[in-house]
Design a protein around this ligand. Sequence first.
Ligand code: PMV
Length: 325
Amino acid sequence: MQSPKYTARAHTNIALIKYWGKLDQDLIIPMNSSLSLTLDKFYTDTSVFFDSTLKQDIFRLNNKESSSLKVTHFMKVLREKTGETRFAMINSENHVPSAAGLASSASAFAALALAASRAAGLVLDSRSLSRLARRGSGSATRSIYGGFVEWQQGSDDATSYAVPFEENVAWDLSMIAVVISAKQKKISSSVGMQRVVATSPYYSAWRKTAAQDLAAMKKAIKKRDFRQVGTIAEENAMKMHALNASAHPHFSYFEPASLQVMKIVADLRSNGIFCYYTLDAGPNVKIICQNKDIQTILAALAPSFSQERLVVAGPGPGVKLIDKP
Ligand code: PMV
């Protein structure tokens, strides 16, 4: 017997204050609270139905049968939570370069959490959905909501979830994603986090300053102080990457082209074009800017990066069903 099929769409998010380190690996409770902006250009559509004739979950990504330990684990958690006993047919279409540090797991698990919970007959409120998405991937916790979103770290499954900070971002803010590589990253975010928590001598300083950065970021967003938002985001990202550089063995997500973009941004800034960069667990650079400067920034990048590698995104919406029975 088959359950009804539900399809959900979730957009990815880019953290302005990063989550980097887990207190609990299985429940994915973070070491620090984080804050992100959900983007309009990168999203995942996922449809799910349960079927009693299936012997295991079947996961298709971009029309190709795939295997993902994270998806398998997530579906096990979902069945435990919902009491659903059947296996599922999962179809995902990613409108994000997969595993390139453009946070595809954020949109993937937010969409899967909504589609799978509904197919299992459960209607969850946003907070419960955020907690469920968290079990798939930390950053997915935030993709339940649109705009600026805060993931309050909490201390256990019940208290660790995202809350909207400013859902409708009615001010002039964009991100230019510079796609440097769409290849799988060599060190997954999970491995990277475990290593910095275990070995970086700067980890306790990170936790302290991340909390301060978050408080300052919230103030800057409230004041709509673009330069403050950009400055804090860039500095916070560099602190996260400094943890990686100080781990044992040390590692880095930067590629030569990442550094090239960072320099272009710094040069633009010295010429009065206020823009800032942030990087996640991959080489791609996201440039935080104001709409009026987009063309100037694109022109500065154009000699080194082809047009397909430059994606201009704005604030995006929270997760929603796009098809239901
Ligand atoms: O979603 P995860 O568990 O793969 O972690 C991603 C962490 C960063 O993207 C590097 C930062 C963040 O807060 O999104």
